[in-house]
Design a protein around this ligand. Structure first.
Ligand SMILES: Nc1ncnc2c1ncn2[C@@H]1O[C@H](COP(=O)(O)OP(=O)(O)O)[C@@H](O)[C@H]1O
Ligand SMILES: [Mg+2]
Length: 188
């Protein structure tokens, strides 16, 4: 079965009332609301960090069951507010065991292509203790690259703007919008 859409039908957040439908049509959705209004809580409740409530989820237009929920979870990528880095190289931290991925594609969408091309970042360099050897902006983009390494059909980015300068935000958004190969849900 292929993931085509997911609908959450019983939400209650100040910025989203009742339902939200996310289609795997390559679209880019932006969800925006003031800080402290529950955005991070909201995203966590979509991606399964908080328990998913089967009764209020429809996958491909049908009430969710264990099988379709598994399909959904296998096909999404999520970047939380504080991405974690583990002892090891940049490559290991991006792949986390994934053996086949299109690095050019994930570096393009995470706007890391130039830094790798120029040698400012190297796949085999160490990230340092807890990521201490990489900058905040690089962490955010590496976390996006990591989420893309599993080729998700839907990418959820909490706090999209955090850690990214305005130029990079604009460029990434442009690259996201021009692409239709995966859907993006960005929270700002
Ligand atoms: N439905 C909701 N609407 C608003 N706030 C909520 C809701 N559910 C939980 N919260 C609480 O609001 C607080 C801020 O939530 P958070 O998700 O971190 O906000 P944001 O990411 O928008 O800054 C948390 O303590 C969270 O538990
Ligand atoms: Mg938040």
């Amino acid at each position: 079965m292929e993931l085509k859409s997911v609908e959450f039908t019983n939400l209650n957040y100040s910025f989203v009332k009742k339902r939200i439908t996310i289609k795997c049509d390559g679209s880019t959705k932006i969800i925006s609301s003031a800080s402290g209004t529950g955005k991070s809580t909201f995203v966590k409740s979509l991606v399964g960090i908080f328990p998913l409530d089967k009764e209020n989820i429809f996958i491909n237009g049908r009430a969710a069951d264990d099988e379709s929920l598994k399909l959904f979870l296998e096909n999404i990528g999520y970047i939380g507010q504080q991405p974690k880095f583990f002892k090891g190289t940049i490559k290991e931290n991006i792949l986390l065991g994934v053996t086949e991925t299109n690095l050019d594609k994930i570096f393009f969408f995470s706007c890391l292509d130039e830094e790798f091309a120029e040698g400012k970042l190297k796949l085999d360099s160490d990230v340092g203790f807890g990521g201490s050897a990489i900058s905040g902006g690089q962490k955010k983009r590496l976390a996006i690259a990591r989420a893309l390494a599993t080729a998700p059909k839907i990418l959820f980015v909490d706090d999209f703007a955090e850690g990214l300068d305005v130029k990079t935000q604009g460029e990434m958004l442009k690259r996201f919008r021009e692409d239709k190969s995966f859907s993006k849900v960005l929270v700002v």
